[in-house]
Design a protein around this ligand. Structure first.
Ligand code: DX5
Ligand code: ZN
Length: 215
C-alpha cells in the first residue's frame, strides 16, 4: 500500500519538519491539496509553495487540484515539481475536454489522475480508465480535512478494482478523506492501491506508527 500524507493538516510554519517526519515515517508520496475557493469552498496553497516543497524532499509529489480550471495551471504545477496531477471530473462538462487535459499532463512527462466526488458514479469515468495513471475516489466532500469517511467509497473501489483487473489496465486506485486505521483497512480490502491521510497522520503522536498502521 502506498501512503500519501496530506500536508493540508501539516504545520505550515514548520513544514520542513513535518515533511521530514513523513519521510522518516515511511511515506512514499506527499499529497498536496490545491483549493481555489471556487470549485471548493476553501482556499489552500498554490504552485509557488509546491516549488519550495520540491526543494526539500524527494517524495513523489501527488498534486490534487480542487480548482475550477485545472488546464490553466497545469504547466505551473509541473514546473514546480509535480510528479502526478489529479484533477476533478466535475471541473468539466464533457469527456473530450477531460481527455485533452489528461493528454496535456502526460505530454509533459508526468502522471495523470482523475478524481470523482462522492456523488459522481464510477460509471462516469469508465471510458477514461485506460488513459489514466490513477483514479482518486473521494470519500468526503472535497474542501476540508478532518471529515468522516463516507462508506459509499467502498463499492466504488471494488467496482474499479474489478474493471482494472479484468481489462488489465495500469491504473492505480487512490482514496482520499476520513482515512484512519479502520477505514484504511476497509479500503485496502476493497482493492485500493494508495491511501491519502491528513489529520490521522499529522495529529498522531507517532507519525511512523500512524503510517505503518495504514500499510
Ligand atoms: C479534502 C482533501 C484531503 C484532506 C484529507 O478535500 O482532498 O486530501 O486533506 O484530510 P483527512 O485525511 O483529514 O480527511
Ligand atoms: Zn486530497
Amino acid at each position: 500500500m502506498i501512503i500519501s500524507p496530506s500536508v493540508l493538516s501539516a504545520n505550515f510554519a514548520d513544514l520542513k519538519t513535518d515533511i521530514k517526519k513523513i519521510e522518516d515515517g515511511g511515506a512514499g508520496w506527499l499529497h498536496y491539496d490545491v483549493m481555489d475557493g471556487h470549485f471548493v469552498p476553501n482556499i489552500s496553497f498554490g504552485y509557488s509553495i509546491l516549488s519550495d516543497v520540491r526543494k526539500v524532499t524527494d517524495l513523489f509529489l501527488d498534486v490534487h487540484l480542487m480548482i475550477s480550471d485545472p488546464n490553466k495551471y497545469l504547466t505551473d504545477f509541473i514546473k514546480a515539481g509535480a510528479d502526478l496531477i489529479t484533477f476533478h471530473y466535475e471541473a468539466y462538462d464533457n469527456l473530450d475536454q477531460i481527455k485533452t487535459v489528461i493528454a496535456k499532463i502526460k505530454d509533459q512527462g508526468i502522471k495523470a489522475g482523475l478524481s470523482i466526488k462522492p456523488n459522481t458514479s464510477v460509471e462516469a469515468i469508465r471510458p477514461l480508465l485506460s488513459d489514466l495513471d490513477l483514479v482518486l475516489v473521494m470519500s468526503v466532500e472535497p474542501g476540508f480535512g478532518g471529515q468522516s469517511f463516507m462508506l459509499g467509497a467502498i463499492d466504488k473501489i471494488k467496482t474499479l478494482r474489478n474493471w482494472i483487473d479484468q481489462e488489465k489496465i495500469q491504473c492505480l486506485i487512490e482514496v482520499d478523506g476520513g482515512i484512519n486505521e479502520a477505514t484504511g483497512s476497509q479500503c485496502k480490502a476493497a482493492g485500493a492501491d494508495v491511501l491519502v491521510a491528513g489529520s490521522y497522520i499529522f495529529k498522531h503522536e507517532n507519525t511512523q506508527k500512524a503510517i505503518e498502521s495504514l500499510k
